[in-house]
Design a protein around this ligand. Structure first.
Ligand code: SF4
Ligand code: SF4
Length: 440
């Protein structure tokens, strides 16, 4: 008999939680049964053998397992090649805020406050077609992102550029705008002409936190102005997403922010949680991660936020633990993120990159655009970074969930983009499963 190699054992008192990492599913079994399963499964009591075979924990032989695994693998792993292309226009690196955690503060900015030229934007459709043709995306272009710095500053040239981009790409493509929301009122005449734009605004806590952490360079306080802007944006039928960058200094105030948002009556009580997502701040410059913070955040999350089904991005093991515990099938992937296969970032002077967090770093540029809008581009240098090509990951049970971690962080921390970036995946996953099953 052959035991599914993608099983994880987590100890809980006298019992063992078996988690199936491919296909999903959790089983709670006595620890002595787990021991027999992993040492000599033929000695298991008959009823366990039947049960484990039904749950695809145990197979008659390894061929049977690999038949299933390979069909699963072919179906799921080719997904990445069939993803559509996303293009991110970084309109400027400059910003009207000064946030303490901004990645731009830690990188050199050789082009200062320069705003993307109108020539690029006039040729945007043609530029995107060239990118599409180069990458051979059978599903074509999907999403256009407007990104910065702050892409919606009150600045005449930016207003003109934003209008032109929206005119070019709506309604056939979904548009996502990442903004601090401070100058949205100046964009009212533009926003009134379009519908269904996806507008993401970051608010890091209730008023006293937001006004401290995300200060406007002109007036300091930003909370009230952003909230009043969101009110009119909502009335125009755009989709608003509030991102909360979560760190040690604000995670305990997420509920307070939700209460303040309720007081503003922008969303109904029922709708509010669907318009929020949490993004724990990720350090991509050092391999050290603050596990104590992640655990404290997970405690808070399960105590107060899980019941609202508020989404958390940036903690993949937590997200997967919730999916597994809720019986959802995880789609395995050998690639960590779409920087490897599905997006291009165009910067204000026409450089083309693959990771928006690495925008100012020339090591990740794969091409450029000339004044006439002609694209020159080379292969994605991270293309071969699959978890199957990473020696440190090859025997890890988590490999098709974790996919080797962030390649940009690997390049930054080790100078080798193929280094494993575990980021505490195993520990956070196990902690989350135990929390979900009611015990830390
Ligand atoms: S990065 Fe670490 S946790 Fe992730 S697959 Fe590789 S060895 Fe496993
Ligand atoms: S390489 Fe890392 S930072 Fe860049 S997009 Fe991928 S996950 Fe994000």
């Amino acid at each position: 008999m052959f035991v599914n190699p993608f099983l994880v054992k987590i100890y809980k008192g006298n019992e063992t939680i078996l988690v199936s990492l491919l296909g999903g599913g959790i089983q709670l079994i006595p620890s002595e049964i787990s021991q027999v399963l992993f040492t000599n499964p033929s000695l298991l009591p008959e009823r366990y053998i039947t049960h484990f075979k039904d749950s695809e924990i145990l197979f008659d032989n390894s061929d049977r397992f690999y038949n299933i695994f390979n069909s699963f693998k072919n179906k799921s792993f080719t997904k990445t090649e069939l993803e559509p292309l996303n293009v991110i226009f970084t309109l400027t690196y400059s910003c009207n805020f000064s946030c303490s955690y901004c990645f731009q503060l830690r990188q050199k900015n050789p082009i200062g406050d320069k705003i993307i030229s109108f020539d690029f934007i006039e040729n945007a459709k043609e530029i995107v077609s060239q990118l599409e043709a180069f990458g051979n995306y059978p599903k074509g272009l999907s999403k256009i992102y407007l990104y910065g710095g702050e892409p919606l500053r009150n600045e005449p040239h930016l207003l003109k550029i934003v209008d032109k981009l929206l005119d070019t790409f709506t309604p056939s493509n979904q548009i996502f705008i990442t903004t601090n929301g401070y100058d949205l009122n100046h964009y009212k005449p533009i926003l009134e002409r379009y519908s269904n734009l996806n507008i993401q605004v970051t608010i890091d806590g209730p008023k006293f936190i937001q006004d401290k952490k995300r200060r406007a360079k002109d007036k300091g306080s930003s909370f009230d102005k952003i909230l009043s802007n969101l009110k009119f944006v909502k009335s125009l039928n755009h989709n608003i997403m509030i991102r909360i960058n979560v760190g040690e200094d604000n995670y305990l105030y997420i509920l307070d922010l939700m209460n303040e948002l309720r007081d503003y009556n922008i969303f109904t009580d029922e709708d509010l949680p669907k318009h929020i997502y949490l993004a724990p701040v990720t350090n991509r410059e050092s391999e050290e991660i603050n596990i104590a913070f992640y655990k404290a955040f997970i405690d808070y999350y399960f105590e107060y936020l899980f019941r609202y089904k508020i989404r958390v991005s940036n903690i993949r093991p937590l997200d997967y633990a919730i999916k597994v515990a809720e019986g959802e099938t995880i789609t395995p992937s050998k690639f960590y993120c779409d920087a490897i296969y599905g997006k291009y970032i165009i910067d204000p002077i026409g450089n083309i990159g693959i990771c928006e967090e690495a925008v100012l770093n020339e090591n990740q540029f794969v091409g450029n655009i000339d004044k006439e809008g002609k694209v020159a581009i080379k292969e994605n240098p991270w293309k071969d970074r699959t978890v199957e090509d990473m020696s440190e990951c090859i025997n890890c049970e988590y490999r098709y969930m974790c996919s080797g971690g962030c390649p940009w962080k690997a390049s930054n921390c080790t100078r080798n983009y193929k280094s494993a970036m575990c980021d505490g995946f195993k520990e956070i996953f196990e902690y989350s499963i135990l929390k979900l099953l009611g015990e830390k």
